[in-house]
Design a binder for this molecule. Structure first.
Ligand code: SPV
Ligand code: MG
Length: 539
């Protein structure tokens, strides 16, 4: 059904219908997702969201552009608050013509004088339009529509301007005769008395639409009982968003940190969903030349130290972080940044890893061999742009994203904040060309030295490697050559990723990408405990 036809049938249906305010493509989509069947393009909300007053300060074409975002973003009809039609009958004709072109389903015009003022501001000082002139405007609008189902609603401001029922009825009758598709009867009282008195006399001549912003405490069934056709919830998305924005920005300003607001705001992922990024991803597969994406190899063969109780039937990488195996969370995180070609090398309790349904190679000598012997099992995947990750490390999406944004030959992720590493803490410490600082974001930082050991033995370290490395196609080839040689000589058996990276660094510059936190490893029990609560809902 066309949007115009849908709006028309809402206005004429026997059951009470609802239009939800929207003022942008995003708010329109949110209203549709909530289940609303129609939208109210509120003049107050559109102007406020543009930072101007509800006095026709936004031009009608600017309003039209906002409408287009809303109609593009949704499949439900929108009734636009057309104020006074932005001028006389001639402006109204042009408005209706353009609204039909942009997919708006109907317009409501009010019997005031351009430029109008919001009904809740100095209402009684607002002059009403001449009835005949306003009827001409309604007719002009009806004649200008390119679709007969496009609705023209006439809004009566008699009560707002302090007139009584008689004036309201006189105006509504005249607009009915002029051909309006429905009447919007407005009232600024805190009780629906004016609306009730009007409905009694009106006798169902045309559908009646109301805006109970001021008489919000009236139970909704009352509107149905008195014969109202449609209720407009006129500005509540705007007001809700203002409350949320004020609270969050004030907190960020005061705390100079995002920490305490993270739980109060939706995830960036939710924004991508609302923007329908999923559709673009599908379209890219359809229309972009196929290019090999970045691959990932995850090393998950080891059982883990001091975790015997918990690793009877699974390796440490399958231990649960906030109720979901760490490795499954890693897969989510990699996929979220666009890596879909993922292989895992398993060893200890390989069945549990295989349950993830990702191509899995097995290092059956996991007990006596090291990381590179595992990587060797995935040599067929070691080509192109390739990320190597440890199965017991989990990084937040944005941290993975930083790695993917690097387009050098080889890059490693390094935590530049060592302030809480005690002397006995064991990690992969790195010395880089520069310590982490604000400038490190824009400057090229490179790896000088990478060693495993206690913090106390790496006093010159500028960070800790968190266990992710990304190779360009050239570096993947080099890594494969190194592994092939090591395999031939037997050196591969006990070699680690550190050995490989050190070997690569002899011929290739290794970029360092600094991050601060945003990752965990579950090398031991303490790590596992630290990990709980890490995932939350905002990985
Ligand atoms: C609007 O939402 O812009 C309206 C309704 O016109 S009111 O603000 O109540 O006038
Ligand atoms: Mg308005």
């Amino acid at each position: 059904m066309k949007k115009t036809t849908k709006l028309r049938s809402m206005l004429t249906s026997n059951k009470l219908e609802f239009l939800m305010e929207a003022h942008s493509g995003l708010s329109a989509r949110i209203a549709e997702e909530a289940g609303f069947q129609g939208l109210w393009g509120s003049g107050l909300s559109i102007s406020a969201s543009l930072g101007v007053r509800d006095n026709n300060e936004a031009s009608w074409t600017q309003v039209l552009d906002v409408c287009e975002y809303m109609t593009d973003a949704t499949s439900i009809p929108m009734l636009l608050d057309g104020d006074t039609g932005f001028g006389n009958f001639n402006n109204m004709r042009r408005l209706v013509k353009k609204l039909c072109q942009r997919g708006v389903a109907g317009v409501c015009i009010e019997d005031k004088i351009f430029p109008k003022t919001n009904s809740f501001l100095r209402g009684e000082q607002q002059p009403l339009a001449d009835i005949e002139e306003f009827c001409g405007k309604i007719k002009a609008g009806l004649d200008a529509r390119s679709d007969d189902d496009f609705c023209v609603l006439a809004r009566v401001e008699a009560f707002i301007a302090g007139h009584g029922l008689k004036e309201a009825l006189k105006r509504a009758s005249a607009y009915h005769e002029a051909g309006a598709d429905a009447i919007l009867m407005h009232s600024k009282l805190s009780k629906p008395d004016e609306i009730i008195s009007f409905m009694k006399e009106w006798g169902n001549r045309l559908p009646v639409v109301i805006v109970p912003t001021k008489y919000y405490s009236t139970p909704t069934p009352v509107f149905q009982e008195i014969g109202v056709s449609t209720v407009i919830w006129a500005n509540h998305q705007l007001r809700a968003s203002v409350a949320a924005m004020q609270e969050v920005t004030k907190t960020i300003f005061n705390e100079q940190s995002l920490l305490s607001v993270e739980e109060k705001v939706v995830s960036v992922k939710e924004i991508f969903r609302l923007q329908n990024d999923a559709e673009l991803e599908e379209a890219e597969k359809l229309y972009l030349p196929a290019k090999e994406g970045t691959k990932a190899i995850i090393l998950a063969a080891a059982r883990g130290n001091g975790l015997d109780e918990l690793t009877q039937d699974k390796p440490k990488a399958m231990l649960e972080i906030d109720g979901k195996p760490l490795l499954a969370r890693s897969l989510d995180s990699l996929r979220a940044v666009g890596i879909h070609d993922i292989s895992i090398v398993a060893g200890y309790a390989a069945d549990s890893v295989q349950s993830l349904n990702v191509p899995t190679m097995i290092n059956s000598k996991y007990e006596t061999t090291g990381e590179l012997a595992s990587l060797w099992q995935a040599k067929d995947s070691l080509n192109g742009d390739c990320v190597i990750a440890y199965g017991d490390v989990l990084a937040r999406q944005h941290v993975m994203g930083l790695l993917l944004e690097n387009h050098g030959e080889c890059a490693i992720l390094v935590d530049g904040d060592l302030s809480d590493r005690e002397d006995q803490y064991i990690g992969d410490f790195v010395v880089c060309s520069k310590p982490d600082s604000k400038h490190a974001l824009t400057e090229n930082v490179t790896l000088k030295k990478l060693t495993n050991g206690q913090r106390t033995n790496s006093k010159d370290a500028t960070g800790e490697w968190i266990g992710f490395v990304k190779f360009s196609p050239k570096t993947s080839n080099l890594a494969l050559e190194i592994l092939t040689k090591m395999n031939a000589s037997g050196d591969i058996q006990n070699a680690s990723m550190l050995d490989l990276i050190s070997e690569i660094s002899k011929t290739i510059q290794i970029d360092v990408i600094y991050t601060r936190g945003g990752w965990i490893d579950v090398d031991d029990y303490a790590g596992l405990m630290r990990g709980q609560g890490f995932a939350g809902n905002t990985l």
